[in-house]
Design a protein around this ligand. Structure first.
Ligand code: 5GP
Length: 185
């Protein structure tokens, strides 16, 4: 069971608010350099990428457009990826001829991203690269070249800074691991 005190449910802070802030600034600087003079569109995937997208776009200093998609990649209260991807919200504008940077919260098995990449490539962007805050390479099932990685993390189920367990904990300002009782409760 989840308690009313979210922080009491956290067993360990994996990435502090300060560490995340510094890394997002660094990624923003790098992306601004790499895309200088180009037409950059950031495409993020709701809901988990929301805080990362909001912070990353403000740490980028060149003009950007943004668009949002929503997909469901796993069913409700479970910590396992199913590989089933459903598009709940599609792009609002055409990305044909644009340089697109896909902004992700976490890459685990890579199945969700693999599906999204194929889908977005079909819309003929000028280029398509990937930026993820978290990378969990231990469970990767499909090989995907990732252009910008915030943090490589061990094979733990994490919550916070957008990431949920049963739709909760997204508003934590850090990334952490829950106490085992929270899952088994
Ligand atoms: P993949 O398809 O790469 O296995 O999984 C990607 C999606 O699974 C993520 O966008 C996220 O919704 C969910 N996911 C994978 N690992 C974690 C995790 O450690 N914590 C949370 N909250 N979600 C995860």
């Amino acid at each position: 069971m989840t308690s009313v005190d979210m922080e009491a449910d956290v067993a360990e802070v994996l990435l502090s608010e300060d560490e995340i802030r510094a890394k997002v600034l660094e990624l923003g600087r790098q992306i601004s350099d790499d895309y200088a003079g180009r037409q950059l569109t950031l495409v993020s995937v709701l809901k988990g990428s929301l805080p990362f997208m909001a912070d990353l776009m403000r740490s980028i200093t060149i003009p950007v457009r943004i668009d949002l998609m929503e997909v469901s990649s796993y069913g409700g209260i479970t910590t396992e990826s199913s590989g089933l991807v459903r598009i709940l919200k599609d792009l609002s504008s055409s990305i044909e001829g644009s340089d697109v940077l896909l902004v992700e919260d976490i890459i685990d098995t890579g199945l969700t991203l693999n599906y999204l990449l194929r889908y977005l490539r079909g819309k003929n962007p000028a280029s398509l690269r990937i930026c993820t805050l978290l990378d969990k390479p231990a469970r990767r099932l499909v090989e995907i070249p990732v252009d910008y990685i915030g943090f490589t993390i061990p094979d733990r189920f994490v919550v916070g800074y957008g990431l949920d367990y049963g739709e909760l904990y997204r508003n934590l300002r850090f990334v952490g691991v829950l106490r085992p009782e929270v899952y088994s409760g």
